[in-house]
Design a protein around this ligand. Structure first.
Ligand SMILES: *[C@@H]1O[C@H](CO)[C@@H](O)[C@H](O)[C@H]1NC(C)=O
Ligand SMILES: *[C@@H]1O[C@H](CO)[C@@H](O)[C@H](O)[C@H]1NC(C)=O
Ligand SMILES: *[C@@H]1O[C@H](CO)[C@@H](O)[C@H](O)[C@H]1NC(C)=O
Ligand SMILES: *[C@@H]1O[C@H](CO)[C@@H](O)[C@H](O)[C@H]1NC(C)=O
Ligand SMILES: *[C@@H]1O[C@H](CO)[C@@H](O)[C@H](O)[C@H]1NC(C)=O
Ligand SMILES: *[C@@H]1O[C@H](CO)[C@@H](O)[C@H](O)[C@H]1NC(C)=O
Ligand SMILES: *[C@@H]1O[C@H](CO)[C@@H](O)[C@H](O)[C@H]1NC(C)=O
Ligand SMILES: *[C@@H]1O[C@H](CO)[C@@H](O)[C@H](O)[C@H]1NC(C)=O
Length: 528
């Protein structure tokens, strides 16, 4: 860059800096963005010197957060007093509209806003969730709703735990038969302390919420009270605006008792998953689920949505690999049993069943994320198979012209699974696939070999099972290493194969190999 251009740029920067310093009023950059205010039809945007419906900011008393706004169209000049409660929550009071001449100096603002002027609450539209200040579960001891004590169905009301500490579930049975049960799935988005009170605001996630309803709930509890006793009272505003909390007539007041977390119905046995699995990241075969094993919880994260969709909370360790667990999905919890099988150094299988009989069990296969060197099993060798025996019967007519393949497992290359397609003239075979072996093991009766291979075309892997007998059955599942009847059939394909050569004799294939191939293919054709 030459000197003149640099000077020119410097001048521009200087000019911009002076201009922004001279601009009459700047809103704090932390407040910029879109905000929800109850009762307004659209989101409110705060820009550097402008707020929709309030107009342009013309002056500020920064220490006290008084702002003077003027809106030309309605000829309205007014003072706003902002209170920043949380990065996700602002509150404000405002004065009446004035003529610009009457309200020309911001120093008048502290006297222009009536002390009892309504307090409005702004919720940041794309707020990031945060830890909730209360840790469920809680039982309800007493409920005051709409000013009267509610006696019905206290025992069926509760505050329950959800998949993580950023959410909880509020379940209030109706006080009279004319009302509906209130069942809310809530996400904590803002917390602040004022005096002896802790306030927090939640966004409503449950599906029963209708769009014209208020999408937020506001709560408070007395901080001292919660710290010193096992029961405390929690108030909930009738709307999400955090305005009516102190009005005993309006708010819902719950007296809650904390029940020891996870200890509702179990012994004190601490339940912790094995240490040796904890320091790794694990992935499902198709790479859509990421798994973390933490002390008492296994988190399953859907990678595309980048959020947990399941948490397997350890309730009781029955033996070193068998656990009673609670599976959290959002705010629902299901009790199941979990067996963790370590298949190889880098493969874990989670087997989830209903504890009583093993009728239905779901098997999830996870591979460790690390740089590992693995070899293919050498006991499989060279196989020949056709793309028939497909499980999808209704597609049968589509694969009338069967293709023939030659699969070589760890022979030419110790860590590669190679597939060649055999063209019409049998001398010619073309390479169609060369994948990398990641792990392999045998079934306990040694009759089946399992092999996980990494595709060369994507980051996904798949599991093959080779049922070894005269005719070898190859099954391929792209979701897990389970080939049960209750598995998702669309992820499994099945081939019947013939062994043509073990690996050791593969060095000089050429003539012998081709001859054998022809004979076998003829046999296969004749047996049809
Ligand atoms: C606003 O009022 C203050 C105090 O009354 C005074 O010092 C200041 O000069 C006034 N500013 C303007 C722009 O009139
Ligand atoms: C407001 O936030 C919601 C989700 O929090 C999002 O779906 C919506 O698009 C946002 N609206 C705007 C106008 O950004
Ligand atoms: C736990 O609950 C079961 C029924 O759900 C009950 O049979 C059992 O006695 C309870 N155990 C304890 C320690 O409360
Ligand atoms: C559980 O813990 C309590 C105190 O922490 C103890 O009194 C009780 O004996 C324990 N029960 C079992 C089954 O370990
Ligand atoms: C653990 O307990 C389960 C269920 O009782 C049993 O099937 C399994 O064989 C046990 N495993 C070990 C290693 O003891
Ligand atoms: C595997 O993929 C790489 C690039 O992704 C490519 O260069 C290579 O030829 C592929 N090998 C086979 C056998 O398909
Ligand atoms: C197994 O199935 C997956 C997914 O359909 C596919 O990508 C892979 O190539 C198949 N592997 C073999 C050896 O057929
Ligand atoms: C990926 O595999 C899991 C099982 O491990 C399965 O539940 C899920 O549907 C699969 N996802 C896709 C996109 O195939």
């Amino acid at each position: 860059m030459n000197g003149i251009r640099r000077l020119f740029l410097l001048n521009i920067i200087l000019f911009l800096q002076i201009k922004s310093a001279c601009s009459l009023c700047n809103m704090p950059t932390a407040w910029l963005g879109l905000w929800y205010q109850r009762g307004m039809t659209s989101l409110l945007e705060i820009t550097i010197d402008y707020i929709q419906t309030k107009g342009r900011c013309i002056d500020v008393l920064p220490i006290q957060q008084y702002y003077l706004f003027t809106e030309r169209i309605n000829r309205c000049t007014r003072c706003l007093l902002f209170i920043e409660r949380d990065t996700n929550l602002l509150q404000y009071r405002e004065s009446e509209c004035n003529d610009a001449d009457d309200l020309s100096n911001i120093t008048l603002c502290p006297n222009m806003i009536a002390p009892d002027a309504p307090l409005y609450t702004l919720h940041r539209n794309n707020s990031k969730p945060q830890l909730c200040p209360i840790q469920p579960p809680f039982l309800l001891l007493k409920l005051i709703k709409d000013g009267s004590t509610c006696h019905r169905s206290l025992s069926s009301s509760y505050i329950g735990e959800c998949i993580n500490d950023y959410q909880f579930r509020l379940h209030l049975s109706p006080c009279s038969p004319y009302y509906q049960t209130l069942d809310l799935h809530l996400l904590c988005v803002a917390t602040w302390i004022e005096g002896f009170h802790t306030y927090f605001v939640t966004r409503i996630l449950s599906k029963q919420y209708h769009h014209n309803d208020n999408p937020y709930e506001c709560f408070y509890y007395t901080t001292k009270e919660k710290d010193i006793s096992s029961s405390f009272s929690l108030s909930m505003a009738t709307d999400g605006s955090c305005r009516d909390l102190n009005s005993r007539h309006m708010a819902t007041v719950m007296t809650l008792s904390s029940i020891n977390r996870y200890m509702m119905n179990e012994s004190n046995i601490s339940c912790i998953y094995p240490d040796e699995f904890q320091q790794y990241e694990w992935y499902s075969l198709n790479r859509t689920i990421q798994m973390f094993i933490r002390n008492t919880d296994i988190e399953l994260i859907n990678i595309q949505q980048n959020e947990y969709n399941k948490r397997l909370h350890c309730l009781q360790s029955i033996n070193s690999s068998y656990y009673r667990i609670g599976i959290f999905t959002n705010c629902d919890v299901n009790e199941k049993c979990l067996q963790i099988n370590q298949r190889t150094d880098n493969v874990l299988e989670l087997i989830i069943n209903n504890c009583h009989n093993n009728e239905y069990s779901k098997i999830l296969t996870f591979i460790k994320k690390s740089n590992y060197l693995s070899l293919c099993p050498t006991s499989i060798g060279h196989l020949l198979f056709e793309s028939n025996l497909n499980h999808q019967h209704h597609h049968r007519q589509l694969i009338l012209r069967k293709k023939r393949f030659h699969m070589s497992v760890g022979c030419e290359n110790k860590d590669k699974l190679i597939i060649y397609q055999i063209e019409k003239d049998l001398e010619y075979r073309s390479l169609t696939q060369m994948d990398t072996c990641i792990a392999s093991w045998k079934s306990s009766d040694l009759s089946t070999i399992y092999l996980i291979a990494q595709s060369n075309y994507s980051d996904a892997s798949y599991c093959l099972s080779f049922q070894m007998s005269d005719s070898i059955i190859i099954r391929n599942n792209s979701h897990t290493c389970s080939f049960n009847n209750n598995e998702d059939k669309t992820s499994i394909s099945i081939y019947s194969a013939k062994l043509i050569n073990p690996c050791s004799q593969s060095k000089r294939l050429s003539f012998n190999y081709i001859l054998l191939l022809i004979i076998i293919l003829l046999c296969i054709n004749n047996t049809r």
